[in-house]
Ligand binder design. Structure first.
Ligand code: MRU
Length: 365
């Protein structure tokens, strides 16, 4: 995507080798800064601190982190240790495990001296693959949006609601849920996006709004609890979100609050789509609610907010009464029965075992 006339991916190898650059998303929307990662430790920190976030981007960063680790120590013990440490950085998005498994499988049979370069090459391929995959999701999602728009009689505005950030900043480029929005906007479908703020870290208000604004897509940021009201009044034509882990049966785990939007959509007859790449499907799971580990993060993300003051300084302030505890679950599970369809790089399918197996006969168990 373009920022100030320059094309960016969210992660890319630095020209001088064995260094990887990322966009530091903790600085958005107030600053656009890049950071260099030179070690496994720095890659792990970037994931844990959410300098990079979003399931596919976490996977890509993990892959490069493993390559950087092997550059420092290519032994079997080095590989095993780095795999475990990187995997522990964030528990919910399965893309991290997918990417680490993939890189490990490619290098484990090589001589130690050959491992780092092979891992670095593979990380770059994973990134290229993610870009192509997200673009394909965008094309299939565009067909869904166009169909809804046509059936509504081509209104002046197609209102799309999204939660959290599943845009180019959550992937290597394009995004999952936002890719169809970008393609729709670019091809003349008049999308307008209701952007859930997405407390507590505000990925909607800070990152999705930033992305959409830079691309010129009309949007309005709303408080997390507004969506149900808008749906009751016919102001949402379609919901689309991303996912961090999708079971083989079509349950979807995404940012906390997604489930409530799906319930409201169901009650109001609003289509609720989930966009995902194949790397987000966990074929080993059949029950999202009971089997997916839900990340719990620092309650400080809830008890404090950071914003820019009138004179341009960033300031963090507490918002809870002294002594009130807070708890911070980061994801929830939307059962497959509330999902209208899964939009993947291979097409759109029902959120069910049969639906996914039909699109991925080569991967389903
Ligand atoms: O905690 P985050 O910001 O990593 O959560 C991101 C999301 O929940 C996204 O919706 C999800 O990763 C899908 S990204 C294409």
């Amino acid at each position: 995507m373009k920022i100030d006339g320059r094309s960016y991916r969210t992660i890319w190898p630095a020209a001088d080798g064995w260094r990887v650059e990322i966009i530091d998303q903790t600085k958005l929307p107030h600053g656009f800064e890049t950071v260099v990662l030179e070690s496994e430790d720095q890659a792990a920190h970037a994931i844990r601190s959410m300098q990079v976030r979003g399931a596919p981007l976490i996977g890509a960063t993990g892959a490069y982190g493993l390559a950087l680790a092997l550059h420092a120590d290519p032994s079997d013990a080095g590989l095993a240790g780095a795999y475990d440490r990187l995997l522990a950085t964030r528990p919910t998005a399965v893309n991290l495990r997918w990417a680490l498994d993939d890189v490990r499988a490619r290098v484990a049979g090589l001589k130690p001296a050959e491992r780092a370069a092979a891992a670095y090459r593979r990380a770059a391929e994973i990134c290229d693959d993610d870009v192509a995959t997200c673009r394909a999701i965008g094309e299939h999602g565009l067909a869904v949006f166009r169909d809804i728009w046509e059936r509504r009689g081509r209104p002046d505005r197609l209102n799309v609601l999204t939660h959290c950030n599943a845009g180019w900043l959550a992937t290597v480029d394009w995004g999952t849920a936002l890719a169809p929005i970008y393609l729709a906007h670019d091809s003349g479908v008049p999308v307008h996006v209701w952007v859930d703020e997405t407390r507590p870290r505000n990925q909607g208000a800070s990152i999705t709004a930033f992305e959409l604004g830079r691309h010129g897509v009309p949007h309005t940021v709303i408080a997390d609890n507004v969506g149900g009201h808008l749906m009751q009044h016919g102001l949402v034509d379609v919901c689309i979100v991303g996912t961090d882990r999708t079971t083989a049966t079509g349950d979807v785990c995404n940012k906390i609050g997604t489930y409530l939007k799906a319930l409201a959509a169901h009650d109001n007859g609003v289509p609720f789509y989930v966009a995902l790449p194949y790397t987000t499907i966990d074929w080993t799971l059949t029950d999202g609610i009971r089997q997916i580990e839900i990340e719990q993060r620092d309650p400080r993300e809830l008890s404090h907010i950071t914003g820019r003051t009138a004179d341009g300084r960033l300031e963090t302030v507490g918002i809870l009464p002294e002594g009130s505890p807070a708890a911070n679950w980061a994801f929830d599970v939307t059962p497959a029965r509330y999902v209208t369809g899964l939009i993947t790089e291979r097409g759109v399918c029902p959120a069910s075992r049969e639906g996914l197996a039909g699109l991925y006969p080569d991967r389903a168990a």
